[in-house]
Structures are given as structure tokens and as C-alpha cells.
Design a protein around this ligand. Structure first.
Ligand code: PGA
Length: 233
């Protein structure tokens, strides 16, 4: 399959910084001939700005290959849930993917497998593909919490905790068995690797996974462009 590349900006960047990044990226993207699906997941506050930029400045180039992602989603429908981002809130944006259950959400916001499963529900109801993040210890238990008929509608991102933000990516030999475990638990799903992915190491993984979830190295537009180039066709 064609690589799926997701930039996870986490809680970095304000609007001016995002627009400066987009100007550099747009110059590259207007000439891009590859097949990769590229997704930018900015902080929720910047979704409107990116959506506007995509429509106004890059809409004509490779429509369908560039889209927005959200870094998290409410486990509830729209309603009295202060601070939550519901599918209704993002309905007018070109959001195709929702990252759910990132280890930082689990660790700092105490998200449970059941909440992640509810987020999967919400995303799918809106026609958004959930990107379920897992580490090796809870591949099976997270899959078990998600309705069976929804499992194969997910993308799964394998993100080993020690590799996230550490600058030390996990060796491919250690990634391979986890990819098999994810297939056993979720079925035929696209599998991403995340954890200190850079333009220097991304090519090592392209035979084993279907794409990448990239944090730190997606913050610099030029480095992100290099990652897109190295990740494949
Ligand atoms: P990193 O983050 O690329 O900075 O390691 C990846 C992620 O947390 O999605």
C-alpha cells in the first residue's frame, strides 16, 4: 500500500509558526509526484487555519493525498463536555484521521482502553479513520476493548514508549514481532511505526510497516519534506 505519513505536532506551534511551516511545505507539495498519503495533525486550535490554507493555497494539487488529522477526539458526542473536541466541532474541516490513545494521553490524562474504544466509535460515526496508538504491553487488551467489527476499520500505530521523543528509534528487529502481534489482534489493518522517526532512519522500516507517525521531526518543515521523500514512492 502507499505510505501513510502523519505529522503529530502535539501542543507545539501558534498560528504564525504554522503558517510559516505551511509556506515551505506548500512549495514542495505543489511539485510532489509521489503516492504517499500525508496527514498533518496540528493542535486543535490551528485546525481552522490549516483547513483554510489547504483549501485556498493547495487545494488544486493532489486533492485527496493531503488531509488533516486530530490528535485526540472526545469519547462523547457533542454536548456538555467542557474542553472536549467532538466530531461536530470538526465536521467542516478536511479531517480524515483521528489519533486516539496516544501514550501521552494515556499517561498524562489517564485515558483508558474503554475511552479509546469510545473515541474509535465517535471517529467512525463521522467517517474519520481512527489511528489507535499502542505499545507492546497492551496490543491485545486495547484490541479486546474495541468492537470486533470496528477493528479492521482502524489504523494502528505502534509506538514504543522508550522511543517516543528520545531520539532513539526502535531497531527494526524489535518492531517486526510487534507488527505480527498487531495483525493477530486487529486483523488486516495498516500499521504505522512511531518513535523518533527521522529522515535518517525512516527508510529502514518501509518494508515492515505501512507508514509513520512522526512527532518532533515533523515540526521542521524541511525535515518533514525529507521524511516524505525517504519514506517511499
Ligand atoms: P517522536 O513522537 O517522533 O517525537 O518520537 C512520535 C509520537 O509521539 O507520535
Amino acid at each position: 500500500m502507499t505510505p501513510l505519513l502523519i505529522a503529530n505536532w502535539k501542543s507545539h506551534k501558534n498560528e504564525a509558526q504554522a503558517l510559516a511551516w505551511l509556506e515551505i511545505f506548500a512549495a514542495f507539495w505543489s511539485k510532489y509526484q509521489g503516492q504517499s498519503q500525508v496527514v498533518i495533525a496540528p493542535p486543535a486550535s490551528l485546525l481552522g487555519s490549516l483547513d483554510w490554507f489547504f483549501r485556498e493555497k493547495i487545494a488544486s494539487t493532489l486533492p485527496g493525498q493531503l488531509s488533516l488529522g486530530v490528535q485526540d477526539l472526545s469519547p462523547f458526542p457533542s454536548g456538555a463536555y467542557t474542553g472536549a473536541l467532538s466530531i461536530e466541532n470538526i465536521a467542516n474541516f478536511q479531517v480524515k484521521y483521528a489519533i486516539v490513545g496516544h501514550s501521552e494521553r494515556r499517561r498524562y490524562f489517564h485515558e483508558t482502553h474503554a475511552e479509546v474504544a469510545n473515541k474509535v466509535d465517535q471517529a467512525l460515526a463521522a467517517g474519520i479513520t481512527p489511528v489507535v496508538c499502542v505499545d507492546v504491553d497492551y496490543v491485545e487488551s486495547q484490541a479486546a476493548a474495541i468492537a470486533r467489527d470496528q477493528l479492521e476499520k482502524c489504523v494502528v500505530a505502534y509506538e514504543p514508549l522508550e522511543a517516543i521523543g528520545s531520539g532513539v528509534n526502535q531497531p527494526i528487529i524489535e518492531v517486526k514481532p510487534v507488527v505480527s502481534a498487531i495483525k493477530a489482534a486487529f486483523g488486516k489493518v495498516p500499521i504505522l511505526y512511531g518513535g523518533s522517526v527521522s529522515s535518517q532512519n525512516v527508510a529502514e522500516y518501509t518494508d515492515v510497516v505501512d507508514g509513520f507517525l512522526v512527532g518532533s521531526k515533523s515540526l521542521d518543515a524541511q525535515e518533514w519534506i525529507e521524511i516524505i521523500k525517504k519514506a517511499g514512492n
